[in-house]
Design a protein around this ligand. Sequence first.
Ligand code: SF4
Length: 344
Amino acid sequence: MPVKHWTFAGLILTYRCDACCASCYLAGGPGRQEAEMTVESALAIWEQLIAASPHGCRVHLSGGEPFLDWPRLIEVCRRARSAGLGPLQKVETNANWATDDAVAADRLRQLDRAGMEKLGISADPYHQQHVPIDRPRRLARLGEELLGAARVQVRWRDWLAEGCDVWRLDEPARRELLARYARLGRDRLNGRAGEALADDLLAAGAPGRTPEDLAWRHCREALLRSRHVHIDGAGLITPGACAGIVLGQVGPGRTVADTWRQMNDDHVHRPVVGALSRAGPAGLLGLATGAGYRPAGRYASRCHLCWSIRRHLARRGLHLGELGPPQLYNPQDATCPPAIAYNR
Ligand code: SF4
């Protein structure tokens, strides 16, 4: 089956983040210092993404928290526009930096002039364990005033309207809120979410499913047909929806087009991507049980099962060419305190 061209791409400028959300499938956090993407590298990859697809590529900028390095972020936007690479589809943020109306408005105007089409703001109970809710509210209000409502995307608006600073809740209320929210099923259970949210869900009484229940569904669409990828500062390319599965790596002498061609040619034979494309996570069970994996009785979803198997393989040093970045699978780097008192 041919792999669809990658026509939507997120550049992960950094994995560093001033929050450390339980829902973060990339396991961003203050401890993630690796794979910072330089301005030059971002522009080169952006250009390669457009050249690699007959349909071009719409790029968004993400992290981690890309506003932690504002000079880099605005330089990437400005130089991409000058080089004719745009349009820049979106810049994503947790809004923790939006502590002041004047500073936030000034940055939004600069991004607007530099060609940003949309601003993406994260707001949910996991973010509001770390980021005071008045900050995403401020940024959304200013964004709507300066850019127009259609150019401001909030995940999720219902929470932004009714939410609160979750760290102020007492423990039973906090647990009840997080369990209720996990049951909405808005978050894909990969990376840190595959640890924390999946456990919350099962503990909150979600029925869970056995590996046999989950065996019948392949993951061809998510891996080969979705057209959406992320690329990090080390050049690792991962599917937009499946954090931790490496499709290829760009770098000196190896472009996005080279990587896509190789993926198109040999994905069937790759131990991880090939097995998942054919049979979903159950297709990995043979590999994993041979390496000592003992399935649990229940999983919250097939992505939870997939994450659990991949984590087992990666921690045993197996299939690391297809499982990365290493820090995603490393428990030291993937674990955070329940709430961080930054900038409060
Ligand atoms: S089960 Fe794995 S490969 Fe399939 S969609 Fe979920 S994370 Fe992606």
